[in-house]
Design a protein around this ligand. Structure first.
Ligand code: PMP
Length: 395
């Protein structure tokens, strides 16, 4: 049986994580892995999460199945959080997925049922899992222009020009905020233009929302989702609770579909359940239940929002500090974009050999496309990191 198979390559991030772990240098810096870290390098359990877990532990009376579409309280709270009153709820259906990836998987399975083999436009570059996920689902991925490596900003004219050529048979995957890997994002005015383009062409938006609250705040980061929901007749959103609730391993995600009307929504909802039943039958409950408890309790919710704000502010501060340190040392503004980007990542636009040199000579680890996780910037060694970056790019 297995003789027909080749060895599959692992996502490069897992290889890098192993290399970092094996590096004996004490001054090594991990800007690679895509998880939030505090100043001690730990990915903390949020205090609201600990309290919600204690409450669940105290009150839970059963571990029986929760249902094919998952924890309904969780899904409803996520729709409130993401969409607020931007869309009539009779048109919305949800299902819980195992993480944001699981939510995305449910949605693209459904899209491939609706339009087998349809073209899915993906930003260039994008989260490395997007392309293979589309292929595995049977869809046809293609890139639209997004990041300009010269300005390290979004090449919005090129992006919009491509979106304008699409039609009702096309799907467009958009990062709702905190673009991964680039950190370069659309302004609200640019989202308005994207919404107008999609409404005009009929292309179908699929939003990946993995970092709500990591960019400019819960409301600001929901702008794209709400704007599109109020502008187009049909769309989908894959929400992840991994980063903003720090629940990575608990796999809490929510698949949201918006249909033209209630009858259409019922069909989409039934199809989501059907996909889930044949895929993994039911999602895991623990992470979703934690999020439900937090969002439904005003005190826990306030505590979570405050902690999320602290994480966001810390990442912003690290961005500004690194950009300032580089400016001070080089007298040039080349790296100011780091402070202008938002979310957890920035794509530095370095050549592969420079990235390799930073790793081998200085113990500075980043993904080989030069994506850095800003939460990994050591606050007390920002100057050292700045000089490593400058030295490596000068060689
Ligand atoms: N989309 C993007 C853009 C991501 O960066 C991630 C996490 N790396 C995900 C989706 C999925 O997150 P998870 O499955 O861990 O919830």
């Amino acid at each position: 049986m297995f003789e027909t198979l080749h060895k599959a390559t692992l996502d490069k991030i897992f290889v890098l994580m192993a290399e970092y772990a094996a590096d004996p240098r004490s001054e090594k810096i991990d800007l690679g892995v895509g998880v939030y870290k505090d100043e001690t390098g730990n990915t903390p359990i949020m205090s609201a999460v600990r309290k919600a877990e204690a409450r669940i532990h105290e009150n839970a009376r059963t571990k029986t199945y929760v249902g094919v579409s998952g924890n309904r309280g969780f899904c409803n709270a996520i729709v409130d959080l993401v969409l607020a009153d931007s869309v009539d709820r009779s048109r919305v259906r949800t299902a819980q997925g195992p993480g944001g990836t699981g939510a995305l998987w449910i949605l693209i399975q459904l899209l491939n049922r609706a339009k087998p083999g349809a073209r899915v436009m993906i930003s260039d570059p994008s989260w490395p899992n997007h392309w293979p996920m589309m292929e595995l689902a049977g869809l046809t991925p293609e890139h639209y222009p997004y990041f300009d490596p010269k300005t390290r900003a979004v090449d919005f004219d090129a992006m919009l020009a491509t979106l304008d050529t699409l039609g009702p048979d096309d799907i467009v995957l958009l990062h709702a905020c905190c673009h991964n890997p680039t950190g370069a994002n659309l302004t609200e005015a640019q989202w308005d233009q994207v919404a107008a383009s999609l409404a005009r062409t009929g292309a179908f938006p699929l939003l990946d929302l993995a970092y709500l609250g990591f960019g400019d705040g819960l409301e600001a980061d929901a702008y794209a989702a709400r704007k599109l929901a109020s502008s187009v007749p049909e769309m989908m959103i894959a929400f992840s609770g991994s980063k903003n609730f720090g629940l990575y391993r608990e796999r809490a995600g929510c698949a949201i579909a918006i249909a033209r009307d209630e009858a259409g929504a019922d069909i989409v909802g039934s199809q989501m359940s059907n996909v889930i039943r044949a895929s993994f039958s039911q999602p895991p409950d623990h992470g979703a239940e934690i999020i439900r408890v937090i969002l439904e309790d005003p005190a826990l919710r306030a505590e979570w929002e405050a902690e999320l704000a602290q994480m966001r502010e810390r990442m912003k501060r690290l961005r500004v500090k690194l950009a300032e340190a580089i400016r001070k040392q080089s007298n040039a503004t080349d790296y100011d974009f780091i402070a202008e980007h938002s979310g957890m990542f920035s794509l530095l636009g370095l050549e592969r050999d420079v990235v390799e040199r930073l790793k081998t000579e200085d113990g500075v680890y980043m993904i080989n496309d030069s994506r850095i996780n800003v939460a990994g910037i050591p606050e007390d060694r920002v100057d050292a990191l700045a000089s490593h970056l400058l030295a490596a790019t000068r060689q």
